[in-house]
Design a protein around this ligand. Structure first.
Ligand code: KMH
Ligand code: ZN
Length: 310
């Protein structure tokens, strides 16, 4: 039997890292477009996208910012555009949904539970801070709840999924989030096939330890069997080892500067394409094939790029 092809997702800029942490973090709409296009050309089938204020680099929900890079990515690549609905840590749900509801992408992220999404320890590291907001934003997460109630999740599925055919990257940061997802699946609010992004190493969620990876995978298999497509994202230094493990066990992978700023220990990654190329080389050296966007669309039963409103 042929092994299943591995879908590479690349998360281009996110809302965790700030401009002072790396000069290579894409900030402006041109930088985000170029970095995403580079990642797609290197082998990423799915591009997970956030926007930032071009002047300050602060995560921003404005549809106008997305309008400055989505059409370019759409024109220059065949990649699947996956817009965040998690947004940034200070945004309301309505702000988080504004841009996805305007562009109706093939995929959106969907965070499967409320949590303490804690990135405050980063504020005390000796980065070369560029803007006043950076350390305050990070420190603010000590008292912030990343809100994703059952009602919120249902509203996102209703407004994007049921009404417009968007499918989701179900982000599960802990084992309870898998059970939350199972509740939606049992009620047929969410239907297979669905991409489950198991996430490791965010403070507030499950940590990046091998036992946890095995436990999350075993729980997923029990709850969903073949209905789910399993993918792995680990923050920081576990990014590549965890992605490698996922690929070797029949899973998919997510890399990108949203999740880790490094390409190897102590060395900043210069681009998203560099991380995609690294994991692609590893996947191919394991004797596995990387899925094209067209193959990923079939695996995930996506509505197709022609129905994206760019
Ligand atoms: N940076 C990831 C751990 C989202 O965009 O919805 C969280 C994330 C959330 O990707
Ligand atoms: Zn994200």
């Amino acid at each position: 039997m042929c092994a299943k092809k591995v879908i590479i997702s690349c998360a281009i800029t996110g809302a965790i890292h700030t401009p002072g942490m790396s000069p290579y973090l894409p900030i402006t709409t041109d930088e985000i477009a170029e970095s995403a296009i580079g990642a797609a050309h290197a082998g990423a089938a799915i591009l997970h996208l956030h926007a930032r204020d071009p002047q300050t680099g602060r995560p921003a929900p404005d549809p106008g910012l997305y309008a400055a890079f989505l059409p370019r990515i759409h024109a220059e690549t065949d990649a699947i555009m996956n817009m965040t609905t998690g947004g940034g840590l200070t945004m309301t749900l309505e702000e988080r949904l504004e841009a996805p509801l305007r562009f109706l992408p093939e995929m959106c992220s969907l965070n499967m539970g409320s949590m303490n999404f804690a990135i405050f320890p980063l504020a005390d590291r000796p980065f070369d801070w560029k803007h006043d907001w950076e350390q305050a934003y990070l420190r603010g997460t000590k008292d912030h709840i990343f809100r994703n109630t059952f009602g919120d999740i249902e509203r996102i599925v209703e407004r994007l999924g049921k009404e417009h055919g968007t499918r989701f990257e179900h982000e599960c940061y802990d084992v309870g989030h898998l059970y939350n997802l199972a509740n939606f699946v049992d009620r047929k609010v969410i239907e297979p096939p669905f991409l489950v992004q198991t996430i490791f190493g965010i403070l507030g969620g499950i940590s990046a330890e091998w036992e946890n990876l095995a436990f999350m995978k075993a729980t997923m298999d029990r709850l969903f069997g073949d209905a789910a497509e399993w993918s792995v994202l680990a923050a920081g230094r576990s990014q590549m080892p965890f992605a490698t493990h996922s690929a070797s066990r029949g899973g998919h992978v997510r890399v990108g500067l949203e999740d880790s700023l490094y390409i190897e220990r102590g060395k900043l990654s210069v681009s998203n394409a560099e991380q995609v190329t690294k994991i692609r080389t590893i996947i191919e050296s394991l004797g596995l094939d990387v899925a094209t966007p067209a193959e990923a669309r079939v695996m995930l039963k996506l509505k197709g790029r022609d129905l994206v409103r760019v």
